[in-house]
Design a protein around this ligand. Sequence first.
Ligand SMILES: [Zn+2]
Length: 402
Amino acid sequence: MRKYGYIVAIFLYFNISLSNAQDLLFYQLSISPKDPSKIMIEVDTSLLGSIKAIPARSFRTRNNQPTLYCVTSKISQTLNYQEPTFCEKVTWTLTLQEVDRLGLDPTQHIDTYSPDKQWIFISEYNSFPSFESHHGHLPATVCSPSGICKPLPQSEEPPLLLVLGQKKEDIQIKNKTITVQSDSKVVMNHLSIWKPTLKHQLNYISRIFPAPNSSSWQIAFFSSHFNFTSRRGVIGKNTVVVNTPMQGGMLTDESIHSMLVFAAHESVHLLENRQHPVWAAESLAEYYGIKSLFGTGYAMDKPVENWRTFAKNFSLSGTGLIQANENVTKKNLHQYYPIFSIKGAAFWYELDKALQSKHSDLDDMIKFLDFDENGQFSQGFIERLTRIVGEKNWQLIAYKYL
Ligand SMILES: [Zn+2]
């Protein structure tokens, strides 16, 4: 009986791995030898029977999809999306935009390249369609010209972001490996001055936001003009892309402060598995981006001082965080967004101070965070807070910020 079970197990194992191997699609990328702004993609579909192309995930309202070609031994012709067709392979071409002289805006998910520095940034959005066979969805892996492959994420996951052609270095923290990379020689030549601080920050935030399924990720630092700071960064699946604002090509203390806050902010998004309302997700990421620098040589103004200075010249500063959340998410009024990061970071800072004065800490409360359907703290979470800081203290902070 035991022997029989063993044989079945072997059979099942080979059967499963064989069918997985057959169904896994490889998107092989290559750079056009004639034009470095063109990336050609080829997918072998010869063993799958008829397949159906599903449009790539799109970014906001931008819905342009690549033109696909179905290639057989006889002919190469346009492949229509959603139409079952037999192809030996499917090919398409992505056209990369040349990077702006101020820097890359990764938040726009536009496929970009730098002819001078020879890096390439490709977002899954509007670039990588998926495929179905009669068995259903076909998992895919995207392989760079140098042979590094990354799986195409599931639809509920952050998008795949490919950053190719940058120098890399690993940071080890406990059982995680974080790869840092940059297009800037200056950034990579000064690893010794910023890498220990980043390691300290990543260690700290992965203790507060212990996502079990994030064992490794990469952080790509793109050099940008110093007044390009509004384009800060974005996350993809296991990838953080952030800007490093430089002064005349030099790395100043301010540049390092910014790149470290941005990197920690985006890493918090990557590590926080729970879905919080936007105001809370953004403000917490920002506060922990800043807090993770406290006690290091790159800490700068406290969030409350930042907010005080910013609020003087910001006409919407009287708006509370919950109202701003409503304005951004329900009315698409994105001008309220700075409220989250600047006023929001000041809110968490004051709450953290109040908790610390009662021998507690915001770090201990993160696991209990809870919100109602209107984006406000749940009654249970408020009770937990007021038990520590007191009703009056809580009311003062809530009135000032929420
Ligand atoms: Zn953010």
